[in-house]
Ligand binder design. Structure first.
Ligand code: COA
Length: 359
């Protein structure tokens, strides 16, 4: 049987998340994301994925200590990033930096401390690379701050408001894990050869980098800008005629509202002062859904997480070149949890290809 894109094929067993695409529901392990958002920190959610339960207060303190200790970057890796900054995008730099971090002899089965190490270092790599690219003075981590607040501090060299930190933390929690998407699958395939966590994560980052996966939010802002100049009808009709997709709409699994998009839309409305373009973003979503329903009947192309991720990050003042890198910093949780899960119950991935003749 051949299913292009492995549509509908079950490729692994997992305890990490569950998606009901028809109902638009997402569960992290056995908990609905609706019940987790606003109740737990990004650190607690990471522990929940990696350990299978929430930490008690002592365990949370120990986790925070580990993450704080691992936040800093060595002078060697900084030098390496300084060299890459001139020619690579920030997502490509993260991919290279993860390879650089591979100094472990203790490779199999994958160890949880490697996951925490990557989780702690990625935001520092992103902030350091971004500020170097912009010719700004780099900012060392502030050990008094939580994971997300410190990330924003290292990016902007100033403390962001409580609402802005909450908005980014919500985004990072909602995008921490999402089943067998292309990047997670890539990480699991590499791990299935008994390779190391660093190789699995570099493969995952490579897959996330593509415009149909983690690269979509930048396209969302371009789409909204184009609509501002023209109209939803004109832009969508031209895109469909060119065989292009409207970024931020449609999903392989969700055939109902993406629950993450709904939660991010709610977050967007708490940012103060309210940016004047938010109403236009909301209106464009409604109109786009209507036009896609008319032009692609029966396809159920709702706004996905990226539509509101783009707007939320814009509202916090995050430039678009950081959208995919920040996605890496949240999805590292799901990637590492899947890699650990794969390493504990492993069968090498080896599907078949259908030979079509020597064309
Ligand atoms: N804009 C226009 N048409 C779209 C579309 C979009 N965003 N998403 C899907 N379609 C169309 C497809 O072209 C297809 O049309 P056809 O049946 O006439 O050939 C139909 O809807 C069904 O597509 P579907 O099978 O649901 O999509 P998929 O599973 O192959 O692809 C995505 C899923 C996410 C890759 C796709 O929806 C997409 O590219 N979206 C835009 C990029 C994006 O926002 N990515 C972030 C995902 S979280």
């Amino acid at each position: 049987m051949f299913n292009p894109g492995l549509k509908g094929v079950t490729a692994a067993e997992t305890c990490l998340s569950q998606i009901n695409g028809e109902k638009g529901e997402l569960y992290y392990r056995d908990q609905s994301v609706h019940d987790l958002v606003g109740r737990y920190s990004f650190e607690e959610i990471s522990y929940f994925f990696i350990k299978g339960r929430f930490p008690d207060s002592n365990e949370l303190q120990s986790l925070k200590k580990v993450l704080i200790k691992e936040r800093s970057l060595s002078s060697e890796i900084k030098k390496w990033i300084d060299h890459l900054v001139k020619k690579q995008s920030i997502t490509a730099i993260i991919r290279s930096a993860v390879s650089f971090l591979d100094d472990s002899e203790d490779r199999w089965p994958i160890q949880t401390h490697e996951a925490y190490r990557l989780l702690a270092k990625l935001p520092t790599i992103v902030a350091y690379s971004y500020r170097k690219k912009m010719n700004l003075e780099t900012v060392e981590p502030d050990h008094q701050l939580g994971h997300v607040e410190n990330f924003l501090y290292m990016l902007f060299a100033e403390r962001k408001t409580k609402e802005e930190v909450q908005a980014l933390e919500t985004y990072m929690i909602l995008t921490a894990e999402h089943g067998m998407n292309a990047s997670t699958f890539s990480g699991r395939v590499v791990t299935s050869t008994q390779s190391d966590i660093y190789s699995g994560i570099t493969a995952a980052i490579g897959a996330l980098k593509g415009p149909l996966h983690g690269g979509a939010p930048t396209g969302v802002l371009d789409y909204i800008d184009e609509v501002k100049q023209k109209s939803v009808e004109e832009v969508i009709k031209a895109k469909l005629a060119n065989g292009e997709k409207v970024m931020g709409f449609g999903h392989r699994v969700y055939k109902a509202t993406d629950p993450r998009a709904e939660a991010l839309k709610a977050m967007l409305l708490i940012i103060e002062p309210k940016p004047n373009w938010i109403d236009f973003t909301l209106k464009t979503e409604k109109e786009t859904f209507q036009w896609l329903s008319d032009l692609k009947p029966g396809r159920r192309l709702y706004a996905n997480v990226e539509y509101y991720a783009a707007s939320l990050m814009k509202a916090i003042g995050i430039p678009s070149e950081l959208f995919t890198p920040i996605f890496c910093c949240s999805r590292i949780v799901g990637w590492t949890a899947h890699i650990i899960e794969q390493s504990r119950n492993n069968t090498i991935f080896r599907p078949e290809a259908k030979y079509m003749g020597n064309k």
